[in-house]
Ligand binder design. Sequence first.
Ligand code: NAD
Length: 260
Amino acid sequence: MNMKGKICIVTGAARGIGMAIAKRYVQDGAKVAIADLNLDEAKKTAAELTKMGPGEAMGIAMNVTDEVVVNAGVEEVAKAWGGIDVLVSNAGIQIVHKLEDFPFEDWKKLLSIHLDGAFLTTKACIPHMKTRGGGSVIYMGSVHSKEASPLKSAYVTAKHGLLGLARVVSKEGAEYGVRANVICPGFVKTPLVEKQIPEQAKELGISEEEVVNKIMLGDTVDQEFTTVEDVAELAWLFAAFPTNALTGQSMVVSHGWYMN
Ligand code: NAD
């Protein structure tokens, strides 16, 4: 199994988990578009990955909630490299509040980035995958695709929704060789998580240490954070896997938090 020459789009890949996935793919010879809100950071990441090789990367501006921008970005990549083989819909944010205090605008914003983003990027990529005889769509879910936590009504709802979307894409895509999977990480120390530590401590009236040890790592088997490299390795497996055997499935990568 390898990804040599595969043409990939990873959303939200200027940093964090998306960047690690892009790096893993480039290390295996793939061409990867780093599609991110932050164009400067996307270009910087792409230049670093291209320098590392043996694959290459390009940075493109993409707000995954904007249909016109998503379509233009996907076309730009397909035109530059000749198609699309792999989509990793990874861009995401976190907003924490108790449900009764959750501003409706924040609910809509979070659902739009996670769910509209997954829908729009998938819709734009599928025709290109069909032309190339198949492809792989990977959604960045979470343990919160399967489990709930207080303060995370919007996030848990969005991440559960991605399981449904992946199952539909795998059924509709089967005849064209288009596969879909969901990766479900536990807590990974990225800016998205760093930001939540003081926020959750304040909302729950506990210390930051308690947020880390009890809430984030309390249900792991070894009190360890999952790493961006752990998640990237799974993203490589789903993208490089040579048959449809894994389509429609989700996989938890979390040091034992939520075993299913
Ligand atoms: P991060 O905040 O480090 O990176 C997110 C990236 O997404 C940023 O580069 C940001 O610019 C980009 N982005 C945000 N909104 C966007 C938009 N509208 N369009 C395009 N790009 C946008 O976050 P991360 O921790 O790397 O998270 C990546 C994904 O992994 C998210 O979907 C998140 O829900 C999921 N996840 C993270 C963890 C964790 O513990 N960090 C655990 C499970 C799942």
